[in-house]
Design a protein around this ligand. Structure first.
Ligand code: UDX
Length: 438
């Protein structure tokens, strides 16, 4: 099928590449000429495992191309996916101006039937607005349908999530549009859930909020574990073994970050407030999440007394492993707070250093070339992102290079007993304090 994706960011580019991979002919549109130039030259603006190979392969097979022209996109695709940014506003609600602009642009070029798909994460009832906008700006009589088709991909495993989704959600109210959508997804082996547009939009916010709720639940448990001497990892294992609960997303730590959870939970709270049904449970989820960094900093102050002038090594800058994304990263927030308190911070991250160098704290910290280099002379080590590389570090060598053997493990990555055996004073999240032997 001929498909167009309007907006070639994280979701748009990966979706376009995966659709091309299963045989569709895809045009990806973006209004940033530099990005399109790079993509045309085979350069991928983000680090995402498998994506570069997929893009190159499908460009070579002439199933995937890039343009800055929305007109070209509208002319090409029988189905037009809108995958533009939906950034947060200061009050937590979503800025839908990119959606609205693209809806107007599509309307302007529409000359025969098209399905317009909301792929971006949007608050419930956005589809209705998109349809209203297209109707208002399109020439009279031109036919179209609006569909909601939320995307559940995770950064770091986006290609795999798209190729092998748990489910495909299609929200629409026209048989013609739904038939086309089902045809697009025929090559994918996954259950398809067909709903109305509003339900599909809600599913996305509700799914992300539920996952964030699980994380905050684990973090609240962590606090109780610390106060009672229990181990949050064991508790998570014990409750997660119940199939109704599941072990996923019960990892206590510094809390969730990234470009989705914080924004989507705030947006869900905002739209619920607007609908007159405040979702107070989610406000508590946010509060617990924010408290994690404060508790971590308190633990560091407790051990180090004063942070000013202390040499502190931070491992991790990205909001999670296997990505180079540092947006809304708790690791970045930690570094910013340490710098603000006058600590001398050295950082290392396997993939996030380039993007972190563009952040405002960059001139105030040292960027190291390896985890051990970062830890050299440090009076404390803080682990902020759960990269496998950190778990594999030689603890004897780490003990050797550090000035003081203090480890604050914000992601429960290291084995506390092994850390103690190598002479570290170790503090995880929800696992109590483990003192060195002897
Ligand atoms: C998330 C959703 O998982 C995905 O379905 C949606 O489409 C977009 O938002 P993503 O933001 O890529 O994906 O990351 P995810 O793997 O969900 O992790 C989000 C954050 O939660 C990370 O900061 C991670 O470190 C944190 N997290 C995750 C925990 O603190 N504990 C956990 O148990 C799981």
């Amino acid at each position: 099928m001929k498909l167009s994706i309007i907006g070639s960011g994280y979701v748009g580019l990966t979706t376009g590449a995966c659709f091309a991979e299963v045989g569709h002919h895809v045009v990806c549109v973006d209004n940033d000429p530099k990005k399109i130039e790079k993509l045309q030259a085979g350069q991928i603006p983000i680090f995402e495992p498998g994506l570069e190979a997929l893009v190159k392969k499908n460009v070579a097979a002439r199933r995937l191309s890039f343009t800055t022209s929305t007109e070209e996109g509208v002319a090409h695709g029988e189905v037009l996916f809108i995958a533009v940014p939906t950034p947060p506003q200061p009050d937590g609600s979503v800025d839908l101006s990119f959606m609205e602009k693209v809806a107007r642009e599509i309307a302007q070029y529409l000359d025969s039937y098209r399905v317009v798909v909301d792929k971006s994460t949007v608050p419930v009832k956005t589809g209705e607005r998109v349809a209203q906008t297209i109707r208002r700006y399109a020439r009279p009589g031109v036919e179209f349908d609006v569909v909601s088709n939320p995307e559940f991909l995770r950064e770091g495993s986006a290609v795999e999530d798209l190729m092998k989704p748990d489910r495909i959600v299609i929200g629409g109210n026209s048989d013609r549009a739904l038939a086309l959508m089902q045809k697009i997804y025929e090559p994918f082996v996954a259950p398809v859930l067909v709903t109305d547009i509003n339900s599909a939009e809600l599913i996305k916010h509700a799914a992300n909020s539920f996952l964030a709720l699980k994380i905050s639940y684990a973090n609240a448990l962590a606090e109780i574990c610390e106060a009672s001497g229990a181990d949050v990892l064991k508790v998570a294992e014990g409750i997660g073994a119940d199939k109704r609960i599941g072990r996923g997303f019960l990892n206590a730590g510094l809390g969730y970050g990234g470009s989705c959870f914080p924004k989507d939970i705030a947006a869900f709270i905002a739209i619920s407030d607007q609908l007159g049904v405040p979702f107070d449970l989610l406000k508590e989820v946010q509060r617990i999440n924010a408290r994690q960094l404060e508790r971590f900093l308190d633990a560091m102050r407790e051990a180090l007394w004063v942070l000013k002038d202390k040499r502190i090594c931070v491992w991790g800058l990205t909001f999670k492993p296997n990505t180079d994304d540092v947006r809304s990263s708790v690791a970045v927030a930690l570094v910013e707070r340490l710098v603000a308190e006058g600590a001398r911070v050295t950082v290392y991250d396997p993939k996030g250093m380039d993007k972190a160098r563009e952040l405002s704290f960059a001139p105030s910290v040292e960027f190291a070339t390896s985890p051990l280099e970062a830890a050299r002379g440090a009076e404390a080590l803080a682990i902020a992102t759960e990269w496998a590389e950190f778990a594999a570090v030689d603890l004897a060598a780490l003990r050797e290079v550090m000035h003081t053997p203090l480890v604050f493990d914000g992601r429960n990555l290291l084995d506390p007993v092994a850390a103690r055996d190598f002479g570290f004073q170790y503090r995880g999240v929800g696992r109590g304090l483990v003192e060195p032997r002897g």
